[in-house]
Design a protein around this ligand. Sequence first.
Ligand code: ADP
Ligand code: MG
Ligand code: MG
Length: 258
Amino acid sequence: MASLEIKNLHVEVEDEEKKTKKEILKGVNLQMQTGEIHAIMGPNGTGKSTLSQTIMGQANYHVTKGDILLNGQSILDWPVDERARQGLFLAMQYPAEIKGVTNAEFLRSAINSRRPENDQISVMDFLKELDHNLDLLDMSQSMAERYLNEGFSGGEKKRNEILQLLMIKPSFALLDEIDSGLDIDALKVVSKGVNSMRDDNFCALIITHYQRLLNYIKPDVVHVMMGGKIVKSGSSELAVKLENEGYAGLRDELGLDV
Ligand code: ADP
Ligand code: MG
Ligand code: MG
């Protein structure tokens, strides 16, 4: 079992144009373990994407206080690719396009970067798994041989992110607004993919504005983020309540002025 713990995390973001820094995360606490699915909901601009970018180690997001622990070890000094090798995954982290690299080549090298030198995946095993997952996601075989993200439609990109998830098999997947812009059929396919990952070696943090996605992927824990903090956590019922009463209702209930 693996754990990912966010402790009193404070993060400043650099505004490159204004040359200023702004504190976005103001003491986030979050504990996740493989075997669990967590969801974070919250109004726009409250720091949800900042949290996922910071966990993945993107530049411009500066931790000023607190820690991020993977299996008890601080990862704050690790670069993005090391975090990926150690099992963290952020769908959006992957480059929009890599010239001259096919989708399949990219996936195989991403898988192998997580495996020891003497235990690389065989071409046969790789292709078998790729076939299986393309089927599961209703993707055509030709998607594998196309150049990564080149000319992919919005829907194809989303499915491809889920294909990456299924192939790379991270321990902790940060899924930031994977439902945005999807029609109901695509939403079902994406949900089926994430649900097929559910097991003791996998944890997902699903970030979403809307409760709709959570009808398809049932979270064990729902967190609400407002003003750069997790202000409430609960069962999946919390998402339903939020959908009905809105964030204003929760603000009043908690006496928040954010
Ligand atoms: P959410 O995902 O909850 O909508 P974000 O984390 O995207 O919120 O943004 C939180 C705040 O941080 C916003 O005010 C946003 O403008 C600011 N912010 C986020 N990333 C950057 C960045 N790279 N440069 C400047 N400001 C940023
Ligand atoms: Mg946003
Ligand atoms: Mg966001």
